[in-house]
Design a protein around this ligand. Sequence first.
Ligand code: FES
Length: 156
Amino acid sequence: MTATIVTGLAPILVFLWPAHSKGQKKTSVTVALDKPIDQLANGEATKFAAPTTPNTAFVMADGGGDNGAGELAFGGFAVRDTKGTAHVFAINCSHLGCPIALNSTAGSFDCPCHGSRFHLDGTVLHGPAAFPLSDLSWTQGDTPNTIVVDGLELGF
Ligand code: FES
């Protein structure tokens, strides 16, 4: 009976928790920001990239469309929205994954590929994107200008 249960559950468990590719391991990625996140003014954002020595990527915590929990991102934005809440987002547009850019004049994140726009809290301002930006899981680093983001060390 135990063998039957294990045999039946194994494919489901592999689907739910797929093994990372060989050469990848979970890690906490320390990122140096241009400005400490607690010093960002409301409506201000700063862009960052995944460190390349060693090669790393961030792991999206949630999302929809072309972004989803477990998908990789190689950059992001730390932002304080207009209400003063801090967010750390993957840089990828939720439509088809193009990197978004900060539009500091309009106070939005804009995608150059098909015109999607997002509020600074990550919610959709204008389609075709139908889902908000993906959050990255993060904590404050040891120094004011660093954050530590859930990610992967890539073995190539
Ligand atoms: S990838 Fe951003 S609007 Fe299409």
